[in-house]
Write a protein that binds this ligand. Structure first.
Ligand code: SAM
Length: 398
């Protein structure tokens, strides 16, 4: 995500890039339309989102779109400031020390910037992990990560490896920065007589459209009913989304981790705020060339589609899977706990103070990422306290 405001207007892409992008987008649309027809005219939204982001050779994360940084569509914390990676490295070092060594595993490593920063920091602290694993579904991004790591820290590149599935008996720290928001979600709407509708993608007069109809996706009705028993998602016309892939993902992860700390960093809310009555259209957001908007049916394959994270659902699914809730904090409090002020002072000596201050503000201020972004920790097989959650643990708000 997702900070359109900090960057200068990017240069328009060269004409041939536009032509290639238009072709990929067109082919993706044909692929989606074919699947709508196969499904009898109604395609579950989560499947649409999965195709738009991950369809082999065509989806946003899989095809060649630039995605990150000034020439892309959005900018994430590892790209905003080196301080983010330094702080995460401090939390990793504490956990690895307590474990007596171990590995790191990063999910969805984007450009590779966080991996490079964490490895560099841990090398300076003489606390390098045995391996730095990356689990990245996008072959295009895997390629970019390999090249960037090789270029930036060639002497550490041999510690890095790419996984195609979850490892077995993992020991160490697992990090997912802005990965949960990129998971396909289901959408629902409450009807005039309080009935639950699923929102499907359909075709109408030659265009992609939305149709609300009786739920067909397994588990959706039960999940929305569970929200309603908590007094949420009750008003006619209320629409939102729900991540039904989260629980199976965490359950698979719990099986693969023997001893570990999992850090999930993303924008989102506890459930009561996520589904508050006045958030009537949910949290779905698209990012295209540093503009945020809510229409997932334009720029197909050329824009990111995201949903905020229901952190109560993460904590519930995580503990049900066997993890212990290690803490829940705003990004600002987590970074303070990890020592961002000390890193800031140290970095001032070598870096550009104005740039460092700007980056720190982006990461920390409530009006930028400081409060909207949260960090949730889940541990298995060993306990805290954890420095990142020491300043302020908001677990009781979940
Ligand atoms: C918004 S980007 C964030 C990239 C990077 N972590 C950063 O902060 O710049 C989302 C990333 O998650 C990856 N991703 C999506 N689903 C995933 C999954 N189930 N497991 C691992 N990575 C996933 C995408 O391919 C992409 O690299």
């Amino acid at each position: 995500m997702h900070h359109p405001d900090r960057l200068a207007t990017p240069a328009p892409p060269a004409v041939h890039e536009d032509a290639i992008a238009a072709d990929v987008s067109h082919r993706l649309e044909q692929r989606i339309r074919a699947e709508i027809r196969e499904q009898g005219g109604l395609l579950a939204f989560d499947r649409f989102m999965e195709l738009a982001l991950y369809a082999p050779g065509l989806g946003y994360y899989v095809a060649g779109a630039r995605k990150f940084g000034p020439g892309g569509d959005f900018v994430t914390a590892p790209e905003i400031s080196p301080l983010f990676g330094r702080c995460l490295a401090a939390q990793c070092a504490e956990a690895l020390e307590r474990l007596g060594g171990g590995d790191l595993l990063e999910f969805g490593a984007g450009s590779g910037a966080l991996a490079v920063r964490i490895l560099g920091e841990l090398e300076s602290a003489e606390a390098l992990p045995e391996r730095y694993w990356i689990l990245e579904p996008s072959p295009d991004l895997q390629d970019r990560q390999r090249r960037f790591i090789q270029e930036a820290v060639p002497h550490l590149a041999r510690r890095c490896d790419w996984l195609s599935a979850l490892p077995e008996g993992f020991r160490g720290v697992l990090i997912a920065n802005e990965v949960l928001d990129a998971m396909p979600v289901h959408r629902f709407r409450i009807g005039e007589t309080s009935e639950i509708h699923e929102v499907f993608v359909s075709e109408h007069e030659g265009r992609l459209a939305e149709t609300a109809a009786a739920p067909r996706s397994p588990g959706l009705s039960a999940a929305v009913t569970a929200l309603r028993t908590q007094g949420l998602a009750v008003d006619p016309g209320y629409a939102s989304e729900i991540n039904l892939r989260l629980a199976p993902w965490l359950s698979a992860l719990a099986t693969s981790v023997e001893r570990g700390l999992l850090l999930l960093i993303d924008y989102g809310y506890p459930r009561s705020a996520y589904y508050q009555a006045d958030r009537v259209m949910g949290t779905l957001l698209c990012h295209h060339r540093h503009q945020a908007h809510a229409d997932p049916y334009v720029h197909l394959g050329l824009q990111d589609i995201t949903a905020h994270v229901d952190f109560t659902a993460v904590a519930e699914a995580g503990t049900k899977a066997g993890f212990t809730l290690a803490g829940f904090s705003t990004q600002a409090h987590f970074l303070i706990g990890c020592g961002i002020d000390r890193f800031m002072m140290e970095s001032m000596e070598s870096g550009d103070p104005a740039e460092l201050a700007l980056g720190a503000k982006q990461l920390m201020l409530p009006t930028t990422m400081g409060e909207r972004f949260k960090v949730l920790g889940l541990s298995q097989g060993f306990d805290g306290p954890w420095r990142g959650f020491a300043v302020r643990d908001l677990s009781d708000r979940l």
